[in-house]
Design a protein around this ligand. Structure first.
Ligand code: AMP
Length: 284
């Protein structure tokens, strides 16, 4: 595996692969890698000749300075994991390399980016679009891999791809969970022992809510999830929304146009955790 820190070296290696007509899989990450990230790399490895994994904590997608500062960074461990997973290139640039000057681009991402994460984290999705569009331009991937843990992000990336006219496949990959159901996240290392004990409740309650969706309306279920989780020590729901899984717009009944998805963020102490679950589609 080559560790590459400059765009020029990355482009040179990509050019060589494209000259040979090789397919390229890209996995964008912010590092502090865990089995969730590695599941994306595994899928990319199976489906492409060349696998590029970027590790870059992108400052323009953080709307909270403390979150950016405390974001875990584990370069050496990440390199070892990627080597074992069989990545070909680990692209680990500096902030100056990616943003030699401020990126002032504003993407017109539309309604998918205005709700939930978009409403709670102003500028977040624009920052995601900035970095991912740069990575797509450098790597020119055949396929790019994203996790369904960040469900709304996938819809936003697809919108950006359509706006910018990139010619590639966006591959979405299922959420990888710990044995107790907690969705793996780089931020989990920041949980206190007490927080870590209660955090699995998030998935437990979401899974139970799928059964309850048989008998409850959307507004009733929304209320039940929020109240049940807020009754747990250390957990505080920031938002829970049941949305159309393609448009990301909130729905008020189970027979929405596309399958409903429940998207949640919960503060566990001061750590912001995100998760989601799909509900049965009851379209007539
Ligand atoms: P991040 O480093 O948090 O920006 O995540 C990089 C990519 O890995 C994103 O596409 C995430 O959705 C994905 N990812 C993170 N955690 C998980 C997980 N537990 N299961 C599946 N994909 C994940």
């Amino acid at each position: 595996m080559k560790i590459v820190r400059t765009i020029s070296e990355l482009k040179k290696l990509v050019d060589e692969s494209l000259d040979k007509k090789l397919s390229i899989g890209l996995v964008p990450t912010m590092g502090a890698l865990h089995s969730g990230h590695i599941s994306l790399v595994d899928k990319a490895r199976k489906e492409n000749d060349l696998v590029v994994v970027s590790v870059f904590v992108n400052p323009t997608q953080f709307n909270n300075a403390a979150d950016l500062q405390t974001y875990p960074r584990t370069e050496e461990a990440d390199a070892k994991l990627l080597e074992i997973a069989g990545a070909d290139i680990m692209f680990m640039p500096s902030v100056e390399e990616i943003y030699p000057e401020p990126d002032t681009r504003q993407f017109d991402l539309g309604p998918v980016a205005e709700v939930m994460e978009g409403a709670m984290r102003p500028g977040h999705f624009n920052g995601v679009a900035q970095i991912v569009s740069k990575l797509f331009a450098f790597v020119r991937p055949t396929r790019a891999y994203f996790g369904e843990k960040d469900f709304q992000q996938i819809a936003v990336i697809k919108k950006m791809v359509s706006l910018e006219g990139f010619d590639l496949e966006i591959v979405s990959c299922p959420i990888v969970r710990d044995t107790d159901g907690l969705a793996l996240s780089s931020r989990n290392v920041r949980l206190t022992p007490e927080g870590r004990k209660h955090a699995p409740k998030i998935h437990e309650v979401l899974a139970e809510s799928v059964l309850k969706s048989e008998e409850m309306s959307v507004p009733e279920l929304r209320k039940w999830v929020v109240e049940t989780l807020n009754n747990e020590p250390t957990l505080k729901v920031e938002y829970f929304e049941i949305a159309d899984s393609l448009t990301m717009q909130p729905v008020n009944s189970w027979n929405s146009e596309n399958q409903p998805v429940g998207c949640i963020t919960v503060f566990c102490g001061d750590v912001r955790l995100i998760d989601n679950i799909l509900y049965p589609h009851k379209k007539a």
